[in-house]
Design a protein around this ligand. Structure first.
Ligand SMILES: *Cc1c(COP(=O)(O)O)cnc(C)c1O
Length: 714
């Protein structure tokens, strides 16, 4: 038996590597030690182990006979870390000595590390996790936001309130990075408005390391010290200086640590300045001119664009660019005009803003969108950058986003897959055959598993609603009512995402009376769970939230329409694991990919979505539901009205009848058939292992100047 000291040491070591976040056994270890504390601390094991009483820990551990389970988890982590028998060791071994450097302004790894705002960050987190599982040599580079993104609550009028909490590094799974001299590593960037300093944190994500730059150091001016306080929080000057730190600072961190990447992967344009610093370093160490160095660096750079909306791309005025990058420009021996030209479509137009996407496209040889449709839209959008080429020849391909399966799949579904696909299914997840066994799952077993998951979700939602209403000092009667909201037997539809306008959160409510008629049909009950944050500056987004909340507060809808505050990875996980239907109704073609529907899919939910992003290539008529036929219209209000009609028509004519059409044993056979079709046709395609493998084959190896070899080495 392990003693108390060793017990806590082993738990602390488990807590320090985010590997535990995708291990159901490790998660339940922490939870079972003190479920209430675990929940209260946002599932943060570092803080949990600081707060939990050691005596109590020991007592609980013996009660639960948990020592052997801790030993087991600990051993599995050690084995995972040293395992060299991976896909990457066969197919990506040429990256071993010089890894891929993956840059992103946000990383969504777990709710307890709040350095993400939405899909872009979660995608980056999932990318790191799959790279780790597959054994791809890859390091992440990002920023350490002291306050992260805001926490959301709603006031009595349903108006969003933003709260910023300072995270204490002591309570996060991060460690300060030391330099070669064993002192805390500090990097500096000289600008026309002073030297910017940053320290660096390290996060272990399985076998992958993520470096986070942090400007909160005494060497900085007060203004620069708060530079990394908030994600997407400041004005253009904050933004460009954050991006300077991420891109230029990120490369300096890698070089200071002796890491010489063979590939730069820019996840969105925010980090595009990294390319400039790589060019500068190449010019300095190899004595080559800008032209040659920029060709070398472009050859090793992979750029992924995520935004099909022109306004969504970062653009900066020339003065801000010169203030922050002027020193670097001088080191690159470029004139002001030549340097500005790198960020302009029309290099001769002095009024054109400096666009990060343009910079990234000009200085990378490998560019992609994040779904087939988004690839097409991006080629059209950026065609002016390639005047001698037709739209089809624009060098932007696509790699469709996928999600990290073990992060998003419910433990109950995991067990179901273990039983029917073989326990090694996670390793084979990207192959269609791995999912053949879905066919053999007994209908009743799948259905019952879904019922269990839905019950768990309803529990979660009720608890959150009670807490929300208590916080607002609502009446006991109201709190009592919301503690009973939702019905286990009702068709449950989830909608949760950022409340960006193009995602049209309120679309289903455009015609309140028609929706009311659907909600009030007692024999076929339907209920909606909403969640999502609006950007603090986005007044329209906040109005959308308010509209939903006002409706949810009407007595007649209160039981069937709820809004869960403070959408984060935890809320997302609960929702995608427990709903019957995942609704997505963006204004096509503005949803570059969307990934929440992929998470829902893995848990047996059926997608009910506009044919946009990933769903445009996923839907085959039998594996979910489509809203419309993939039309769009130049007048948004017309498109919205048509999509609204199509949404309600499909809901009434297909979704609801399929769900409620039961056989003698009470099972909706047609529904279950669709669930199985979805899992068999889609799970192998829309996971992050497949995505990362595609990046290795189509982008990383070519960028590293290596060959893809289809036959593994013997
Ligand atoms: C998956 C996820 C998203 C992405 O949602 P989409 O709108 O489908 O792209 C956003 N936020 C959180 C917290 C997520 O987990």
């Amino acid at each position: 038996m392990v003693g108390q000291r060793q017990l806590i040491d082993k738990l602390r070591e488990l807590a320090r590597n985010l590997w535990w976040t995708w291990q159901p056994n490790a998660i339940s270890l922490f939870r079972e030690l003190d479920p209430a504390l675990w929940r209260k601390l946002d599932h943060n094991p570092v803080e949990f182990l600081k707060q939990i009483d050691l005596e109590k820990l020991e007592l609980r551990a013996s009660e639960l006979a948990i020592h052997s389970r801790i030993d087991y988890a600990f051993r599995r982590l050690a084995e995972y870390l040293k395992n060299t028998d991976s896909w990457g060791s066969v197919y990506a071994s040429t990256l071993r000595s010089r890894p891929v450097a993956y840059f992103s302004a946000e990383f969504g790894l777990h709710e307890s590390l709040p350095i993400y705002s939405g899909g872009l960050g979660v995608l980056a987190g999932d990318h790191l996790k799959s790279a780790s599982d597959l054994g791809i040599p890859l390091v992440g580079v990002g920023l350490a936001y002291a306050q992260g993104y805001f926490r959301q609550s709603l006031d009595t009028n349903g108006w969003q309130q933003e709260h910023y909490l300072n995270a204490d590094p002591e309570k996060l799974p991060i460690e300060q990075v030391l330099g070669p001299d064993d002192k805390p590593l500090m990097i500096t960037i000289d600008t026309h408005s002073g030297v910017l300093h940053a320290r660096v944190w390290r996060v272990e994500v399985g076998r992958t390391t993520l470096f986070l730059l942090d400007s909160f150091v005494p060497e900085n001016s007060e203004w620069d010290r708060s530079l990394t306080a908030r994600l997407y929080g400041g004005d253009a000057r904050v933004r460009i200086r954050q991006e300077l730190l991420l891109g230029v600072g990120g490369i300096r961190v890698l070089h200071a640590l002796g890491i010489s990447p063979s590939v730069l992967h820019l996840n969105e344009g925010h980090s595009a300045f990294a390319v400039l610093e790589m060019i500068r370093a190449d010019m300095e160490s190899n004595g080559v001119p800008f032209g040659e160095a920029s060709r070398d660096v472009a050859a090793m750079t992979v750029f992924t664009t995520h935004t099909p909306v022109a306004a969504g791309h970062d653009r900066f005025p020339a003065a801000l660019v010169e203030e922050n990058l002027g020193k670097l420009r001088e080191a690159l021996h470029l004139s002001f005009d030549d340097f500005m030209g790198l960020g302009r479509v029309n290099i001769a137009d002095p009024n054109e803003l400096y666009c990060m996407t343009v910079l990234a496209l000009k200085l990378s040889r490998h560019a992609n969108g994040v779904s087939a449709l988004h690839g097409r839209v991006s080629r059209r959008m950026w065609q002016p950058l390639y005047p001698t080429r037709s739209e089809e020849e624009v060098p932007i391909g696509h790699i469709t986003n996928g999600v990290h399966v073990l992060t998003w799949v419910a433990p109950q579904m995991h067990l179901l897959y273990d039983r029917h696909l073989g326990t090694d299914w996670p390793k084979r997840q990207r192959f269609p055959e791995a999912w053949d066994g879905i066919r053999n799952i007994d209908d009743a077993e799948l259905w019952e598993t879904q019922q269990v998951l839905k019950a768990r979700l309803i529990d979660f939602v009720r608890r959150r609603l009670v807490a929300q209403y208590q916080r607002r000092n609502e009446s006991d009667a109201t709190i009592d009512r919301v503690s009973q909201a939702l019905d286990l037997n009702a068709l449950t539809i989830g909608f949760a995402r950022r409340f960006a306008t193009y995602k049209r959160a309120g679309l289903v409510m455009r015609d309140v009376e028609r929706l009311a008629a659907i909600l009030e049909a007692v024999d076929r009950p339907v209920q909606f769970i909403f969640a999502g944050k609006a950007h603090p500056e986005d007044h329209l987004g906040k109005e959308l939230i308010q509209n939903i909340v006002r409706m949810a507060r009407q007595e007649r809808f209160a039981h069937q329409l709820v809004f869960v505050e403070d959408y984060d990875m935890n809320v997302a996980r609960q929702l995608v694991q427990g709903v019957d239907v995942w609704l997505n109704n963006p204004r096509r073609p503005q949803e570059a990919s969307g990934t929440s529907g992929e998470k829902a899919l893995l848990n047996g939910a059926l997608n009910f979505s506009i044919l946009d992003g990933w769903w445009a290539e996923a839907y085959d008529g039998t594996n979910g539901f489509a809203i419309g036929r993939g039309e769009s219209h130049s007048v948004p209000s017309i498109q919205d009205e048509r999509d609204h009609q199509a949404l309600l028509d499909t809901l009434v004519n297909q979704v609801i009848p399929t769900y409620y059409n039961r056989d003698a044993s009470g099972l909706p056979r047609g529904w279950i058939t669709r669930q199985k079709n979805a899992l068999r046709s889609l799970a192998w395609r829309f996971n992050a292992d497949r995505m990362v493998m595609d990046y290795v084959q189509n982008s990383y190896l070519p960028a590293a100047g290596a060959q893809w070899c289809a036959m593994p080495k013997s």
